[in-house]
Ligand binder design. Structure first.
Ligand code: SF4
Ligand code: SF4
Length: 67
């Protein structure tokens, strides 16, 4: 099954990836990383198809996609 891993310490909460996901699976956590930024989390991970659109959109290569 496809899944993603988020390097939360490098996420800057720009939210570019949230609009890239065709299924709206990504959102900002209520929690903060050590830099004081919210970071991306994934809802309903079973719906992820591993399309990599989120990873491609992220300017900081925070998201890795595994299939
Ligand atoms: S790999 Fe595709 S389906 Fe999965 S979270 Fe990223 S954009 Fe969404
Ligand atoms: S595009 Fe990258 S830096 Fe921006 S919110 Fe998404 S994971 Fe974080």
């Amino acid at each position: 099954m496809a899944h993603i891993e988020v390097a939360k310490e490098r996420c800057k909460a720009c939210e570019l990836c949230t609009t890239a996901c065709p299924f709206g699976l990504l959102r900002l956590s209520d929690d903060y990383n050590s830099a004081g930024d919210h970071y991306i989390v994934q809802d309903n991970p079973e719906k992820c198809i591993g399309c990599k659109l989120c990873a491609i959109q992220c300017p900081d290569t925070v998201i890795e996609v595994y299939k």
